[in-house]
Design a protein around this ligand. Structure first.
Ligand code: ZN
Length: 153
């Protein structure tokens, strides 16, 4: 039986993000922060967002764990800055579909570097690693939407 492997090109990209994570570090004035763990693997992330008028203006994270979890978060933050809350939620939904083996999403260039993680879908245990940052993102965005509801005059 053939052992599924991540292509070496994709593997290099994952390692590159792992070694040189984008947007790593704490924000001065986040509007929301979510701490999340993946006990199966020991991955950990604290995601911070600054959301102004429904747009993600700043993003930062701290954390530790396996290369897939940390590279996924780094790739995710790379896409987030400047996105509306709705677009960010859509990104999280698309990436979740990618992790569930959706071929159509795998061809979606708007996912950028995140497409390097598509091979992870074949390893159910690692899917949790790849989705950790996105679970934190969805929770952060939901918390943001809840806090702004009714706040507008
Ligand atoms: Zn992991």
């Amino acid at each position: 039986m053939e052992t599924p492997q991540l292509s070496s090109l994709y593997q290099q990209l994952i390692l590159e993000h792992y070694k040189h994570p984008r947007n790593k570090g704490a924000l001065d004035e986040p509007t929301v922060e979510i701490h999340m763990r993946n006990p199966t693997c020991g991955d950990e992330v604290k995601l911070q967002l600054r959301v102004d008028d429904g747009v993600v203006t700043e993003v930062g994270f701290t954390g530790q764990g396996c290369s897939i979890s940390q590279a996924s978060i780094s790739m995710m933050t790379q896409q987030l800055a400047g996105m509306s809350v709705d677009d960010a939620l859509e990104l999280a939904r698309r990436f979740t579909r990618l992790m569930h083996g959706d071929d159509e999403v795998a061809r979606d260039r708007s996912l950028g570097d995140l497409r390097a993680l598509q091979g992870v879908a074949r390893f159910p245990v690692r899917v949790k690693c790849a989705l950790l940052g996105f679970d934190a993102l969805q929770e952060a965005l939901n918390a943001t939407e809840a806090s702004t509801e009714g706040a507008t005059p």
